[in-house]
Design a protein around this ligand. Structure first.
Ligand code: 13P
Ligand code: ZN
Length: 275
């Protein structure tokens, strides 16, 4: 078995996949994570110079050719990654022509990258344009957030505002709000393109009736972003469970005060004035 204990990012991957499972956001094989590694991070793995297998990507990923990604395996359970990371996770290098992923470590019993790898890579490519420090893409199925996609209009402004008003933390953690794509078939290049297009403006994208995609600069931050969104959705579910009538709420004026106090800029299209 290949040693892996030196890689901080592999440990982080184990940590966030297991925490996500414990929250109930990853039934069976639900969810996937990818982390872009730099050359410096590779020294934590045993020799990664040899390509063990190749996977066709099915789209042109030349924008990240030569880059390395630690990624969870398709069909693998978040519950198990912590117990057997060398089977359920893999380190791949994107080929020079951008058409293939070259396996350099992991997936030792024959697994291949998540079926959502096109969405992950397209999202990495998009976020790299906005912020080169962002290296994590995480997908999972947070229960209350998914439930919102049934009860609310699939409108970015109204869902962002609803989540902002559930707790003071929301606006501070996701001031740009939430991007939403239409319901689409998972695992396709089409859903990847639609998600990446939203990633130009948002770090969180709702997949209606399915789950969430989130990006961040490190695993903790990305996981914390999802936790915060889901906590807001949970509070909304509890309000509905308590009868749904709200006697007071965070006002828009208070949202503006929050943004000022924490030095963030709330999406101006989603904030109202004089309310
Ligand atoms: P994978 O098992 O291929 O990662 O798919 C899980 C999932 O959540 C699909 O959206
Ligand atoms: Zn999914």
């Amino acid at each position: 078995m290949t040693l892996f204990s030196e890689s901080k990012y592999l440990k982080d991957l184990c940590d966030i996949t297991f925490s996500s499972y414990e929250h109930g956001w990853d039934e069976r094989n639900g969810g996937n994570v990818s982390i872009r590694l730099t050359e410096d991070d590779l020294s934590d793995f045993d020799d990664v110079s040899e390509t063990k297998r190749e996977y066709d990507l099915g789209f042109d990923a030349s924008a990240v050719s030569g880059q390395y990604f630690l990624v969870t395996g398709s069909g693998r359970y978040f519950r198990n990654v912590i117990k057997r990371p060398e089977l359920d996770a893999g380190l791949v290098r994107i080929s020079d022509d951008g058409s293939k992923a070259e396996l350099r470590w992991g997936f030792e019993d024959g697994a291949h990258p998540t079926s959502e790898f096109p969405t992950h890579l397209m999202s990495h490519i998009e976020r790299l344009k906005a912020d080169s420090s962002q290296r994590v893409v995480m997908h999972c199925h947070p229960t209350n957030f998914v439930a919102l996609s049934f009860t609310q209009d699939l409108d970015e402004r109204s869902i962002s505002r609803l989540l902002w008003k559930m707790q003071a933390e929301s606006l501070v953690v996701f001031p740009e709000g939430i991007g939403i794509i239409p319901y689409m078939t998972p695992g396709t290049n089409e859903i990847g393109k639609a998600t990446a297009a939203k990633m130009a403006d948002y770090r969180v994208v709702m997949w209606p009736h399915h789950g969430i995609f989130a990006v961040g600069s490190d695993p903790d931050e990305t996981y914390g972003l999802i936790e915060t969104v889901e906590k807001a959705a949970l509070i909304y579910s509890q309000i509905c469970a308590q009868g749904g009538s709200v006697k007071q709420e965070i006002t828009d004026e208070q949202l503006h005060e929050l943004a000022d106090a924490f030095g963030v800029t709330g999406n101006p299209e989603f904030l109202d004035w004089n309310k």
